[in-house]
Design a protein around this ligand. Sequence first.
Ligand SMILES: *Cc1c(COP(=O)(O)O)cnc(C)c1O
Length: 436
Amino acid sequence: MKHSDIENMYRDMGISPEVISYSEEIWNSLKDRWEEIDALSEYNQLKVIKAMQKNHVSEACLLGTTGYGYNDLGRETLEKVYADIFHTQDALVRPQITCGTHALALALMSNLRPGDELLSPVGKPYDTLEEVIGIRPSKGSLKEYGISYRQVDLLSDGSFDFDGIRRAINEKTKLVTIQRSKGYQTRPTLSVKRIGELISFIKEIKPDVICMVDNCYGEFTETKEPSDVGADLVVGSLIKNPGGGLAPIGGYLAGKKECIENAAYRLTSPGLGKEVGASLQVLPSFYHGLFLAPSVTANALKSAIFAANLYEKLGFEVVPDGKESRHDIIQAVTFGNPEGVIAFCQGIQQAAPVDGHVTPEPWDMPGYDSPVIMAAGAFVSGSSIELSADGPIQPPYAVYFQGGLTWQHGKLGIMNTLQKLVEKEIIMKDFGRRNL
Ligand SMILES: *Cc1c(COP(=O)(O)O)cnc(C)c1O
């Protein structure tokens, strides 16, 4: 096939020759990065297959249960597979966990008791957790149950405030929550190595404190997970990385037996715990998605690296930058004005296989404290391992881009964002000549 055939396809899809040639130059300059990511996904693919084989995943595991869901072989085996991948004693992987926030809330509410204190040593947690914790008043928050909260911000250079953390740990501190990903902030994402250093420091001060990591968006972006460097509990969403784009719902917790037990008794009921919870028809997608997850995550990483390099060369602030190593799949690009955020999101939406014809607008989403624009033309509603972008309409007007089940789709999406920004004259038409 001739290269011009691909170019003609892009042109048919509304991308201008300038955007195509600029994008090709960026893409071709990144060959070394692609090799590095292919090696990462190869390693993680082997890790997943090994865990599936060790636990004798069989055809019978793909059948679901109904009703109480006693003796659900597929559910029990999948939880062992997760425990092996994360190198933990146990795991809870359930469709009854509705989303990432629910998984995190479950982990917190089940492992904290009235009078305990929760500490975040890495600054403000993800927006939706503010209501879980009670930073913003909310019905059913930890605060309502008499669980206090303390936060130590990162220092201005992004490093840990070790003195502040030492001072914040007290006799009430029961659980430390560490968010791996930047979420809706422009701080750097924490590498597994840095998380390990933080956990060692905390455990030296208070060995019995539970160290939990909000692992959302981080799974399979490195060869190690936070549970390999001392985390007692890692928590995430199945409509992000580990669901591989196929899981239609769900969340997971992997960690120490006691932490998982606490969570199971809270998710179902005291006395019942892990023994109930019918898997219905979701198990094939949980297994199949987990199998694909290392490769899907790699595609999302490639899409993010492409976006970083493309917008960095145009002069925008990007986090992480074009060269940095990656510890999650999120790419932030700061436009400095609402129009840039909106045009970017509309470009992503227009590249989608589902709902590519709709135009997203900012709206007041539950759980967020400013209007948010979200672009997602996803097979699974709201899935952000699929190509998606969102941006809160507030300074510094940064857009957060993530996902792409295939890098080909990610590449198209990013090319289309540039096309939209040029069409709306947010980026000038002679961008290629000025910046390369
Ligand atoms: C997505 C995310 C959450 C919340 O997950 P939802 O599925 O949207 O509820 C929490 N923390 C981080 C870092 C996330 O990226």
